[in-house]
Structures are given as structure tokens and as C-alpha cells.
Design a protein around this ligand. Sequence first.
Ligand code: CA
Length: 313
Amino acid sequence: MAPRKIIIDTDPGQDDAVAILLALASPEDVDLLGITAVAGNVPLPLTQKNARIVCELAGRTDTKVFAGCDAPLARKLVTAEHVHGKTGLDGPQMDDPTMPLQDEHGVDFIIETLRREPAGTVTICPIGPLTNIATAFQRAPDIVARVQEIVLMGGAYFEVGNITPSAEFNIYVDPEAAKVVFGAGVPLTMMPLDVTHQALTTRPRVDAFRSMGTKVGDMVAAWTDFFERFDMEKYGSEGAPLHDPCTIAYLINPDLFQGRHINVEVETGSDLTLGMTVADWWRVTNRPANAVFMKDINAEGFYTLLAKRLARL
Ligand SMILES: [Ca+2]
């Protein structure tokens, strides 16, 4: 089977970085057409720069990186330096990238790519707030039906929230954008906190990265050490959730995940529960299913895949 053509939409972020590395390490499974950066974990000037740092780390300076939207559709940007550090990629000191940022706006790249490629052959992987995707859908409604699938990291139901008691960060930052995307009618698979909180960076798993003896292995281990400090204190768990790479792992081996095709709605009206993904897991409404809500992951299989692939870089 030909590799799946994908666009990664991202706000790096250490876990975004690992997702990008996993995609670049898996050419037989995914063909990365481009990376679009969005404001999220840190502001846009940092996310677009971090995306290029990660591509250079992988030795893939030919990757096209675009800057997209610098603020949510209707709200002020909320960032997460408390998790990812001031640069978004805190950990070992990294050199500024020398590979170019593309001139084109990220949203234009998404629109043009979907119009150019045969309908139903391009998958979008949003692993940050959904601002770029919603903006593209609103500006060019003709592309919506051409998307093969959206595979995103975001939301939560049984795990409820991480940035507020009721909302996950990516959805919370731009709930209006999330509402557009969840309501677009595109086949959508989501990796919520319910999944990612099972994908913990335990000691043996991080040691597997470090023992690769490569620059990539050392960097991934060091990044993990950095954000783990915050999460272990917060959750009292044996490691930190590695959120974003779950999306790319799903494209490589969907059997690692289990979920249900259900209705998921995004709260945009309430201050208290803003950005909550109201998932009809028990199918108690008649609202139509619009998302495959993943709930379980084979975490050992996920980390085995990750270590095997990252060792190639
Ligand atoms: Ca992210």
C-alpha cells in the first residue's frame, strides 16, 4: 500500500516534536507533504521555529514548514509555557534552524494541497489548537469533502481536562475552531486524554530512547525528562503522557487503539466548561456520530513502535 499523504498541523511542544520525528522516520507509512505551525503551546514565532528545529534534528531540511494562524478565531491565545518551557522545546540547548520557513501561509498551503491532490487522499493530523484547519474550512468550503480523514490529538471525556478541570488544552485554546472541525462532516479520529494518559513515559521506556546512542534518541529522552517533571508532580504518575505521537502511531498501526464511533460536541458557551468535548460514549442521545473517540491504547506496543522507528533517524 502506498504511504498515506499527511499534513501535520502543530504547535511544538516536545510531544509534537516526537510526533514529527515518528512521521519522518516512517516513510513507508506516511508521506509528509508539509508541516503547518499554529499558535498554541507557545506563540507562532516559536512554534514555526521549533518545527524547523525538529526537521533539522532528523536531517530532513527538505521538509516544507509553513507558519499559519497566530491567534485563535475569537479569543486571546492561551499558552502552556508552564509545561513546555519558555521556548516550547525546553531541554538541551538547540541551535536556531537554518532551513527556510516557506513564504506561503499555512492555511493557503492546506487549501492548495487539498485542491491539488486527488479527493480523499490527504489526511490532516492536527496536534495543536484547530485554528488553521477551521480557517481553511471556512475560507474554502470546497476542500472539506476532499479530506480523507482528520486524526487529531485533543479532547477528553472520562479524563475530563488538563488545562481546566473540564477541558483539554488543544480544544480549550480555540473551542470555536474545534466546533467548526467537529461539525464539518469529515471522517474524524480523536486521541483524547483518555488515550494519552495511558501512554506514560516510564523509566524503561525513556531508557530505551537514551540507549539508542543517537542524537535523536538523546534529545527525545532529554525532552521527556523536561516535561515529565511537571506532569509527574501534577498527576503523581510513573511518567508523563506522550500525547501527540499517538496520532502518527495510529496511522502506522491502528490496531494499537480501541474506541467507538460516537457523537462528540464541543462546548463554546459556558465559561465553566469551555472547550469540553461532550462525548456520547454511552449513546444516550440521538445525535449523529461524528468522531471515532479512542479510549484505549496498547501502550507497550506504542512505545515499542516509537523506539524502533526513532532508532532509524
Ligand atoms: Ca501539540
